[in-house]
Design a protein around this ligand. Structure first.
Ligand code: FE2
Length: 279
């Protein structure tokens, strides 16, 4: 069961439509992981990205409505608060006990809420907001916020993701595209990653720890030996502490635990990319 984006869902406000496409992608990814390998890792990562991205989307949509003087703002805000609350509570329940939350339920809940909200509440501001200066101003709101994260041109960073789970690759791709990454290479093994990096360098390599073929530590050693400029961030189902111990002495830039938290992932990539720029 896929939700297909169609003209019928278009509000005509470019950032709103692109945000909605991302939310629909995440919804479809909740669907993809049902009964699949590593369902818990993927679903946890999807839930985190959803929580973060809905909050971000609502923040900028509300800014647009407020700036344009939309009269039904309070009711729309209440509807957003309702969804945010429900998504956060599903995520909290998942964190307490992953087995209690089923991907099907997440998908069905989001499907009915999101599509209903777009066609109802969001369509109601179309006449006022399409082409309004407030829509441009709201578009500029940044996902990570400007205060704690230095501004990066995400479209400029070359990222490689090495992971053998196609659902995880799709999820990370959604998160990275949402923030504006344009140069992204998806690879399913360290062997392929090593061969590709020799030809096309990447600034940041996100690498799953446990995969068939060349193991993570050998890959990190290879990047170091070849003096490649890439920063390697390890993704792992182990705790960071365990991993740090295992790769002592190897040049790993940092570790991100699975299920990934979208914000932590992006902030880690941002830090890594900035050090590459400083070299
Ligand atoms: Fe909305």
């Amino acid at each position: 069961m896929y939700v297909q984006w169609s003209k019928e869902l278009e509000t005509g406000v470019p950032f709103v439509d692109s945000d909605h496409k991302i939310l629909i992608n995440l919804l479809n990814q909740a669907n993809d992981c049902i009964h699949q390998n590593e369902e818990t890792f993927i679903l946890g990562s999807v839930l985190d990205a959803l929580t973060e991205y809905t909050d971000f989307h609502f923040r900028r949509e509300e800014k647009m409505m407020a700036m344009s003087g939309y009269t039904a703002l309070d009711a729309h805000r209440a509807s957003h608060a309702d969804l945010s609350g429900q998504v956060s509570s599903i995520y909290r329940d998942f964190q307490a006990n992953p087995a209690a939350i089923h991907a099907e339920d997440v998908r069905d809940f989001l499907n009915s809420w999101l599509i209903g909200h777009i066609k109802g509440d969001d369509f109601a501001y179309r006449d006022l907001c399409v082409g309004h200066a407030a829509a441009h101003a709201a578009h500029a709101v940044s996902f990570l916020g400007d205060a704690d994260t230095p501004r990066l041109d995400w479209s400029d960073i070359r990222i490689m993701l090495v992971d053998d789970n196609p659902n995880f690759r799709k999820l990370v791709q959604t998160i990275l595209k949402a923030i504006g990454v344009r140069h992204l290479e998806l690879v399913d093994s360290c062997d392929k990653a090593a061969a590709l990096l020799a030809k096309r360098p990447a600034d940041v390599v996100l690498c799953d720890w446990v995969m068939e073929g060349m193991p993570g530590e050998e890959f990190v050693a290879y990047v170091d030996r070849m003096e490649l400029p890439s920063r390697v961030i390890m993704l792992t189902g182990y705790s960071k502490a365990v991993l740090r111990e295992r790769v002592r002495g190897l040049k790993v830039f940092d570790y991100v635990e699975k299920p990934v938290r979208a914000r932590e992932l992006l902030e880690t990539i941002a830090r890594a990319a900035l050090t590459v720029r400083l070299d």
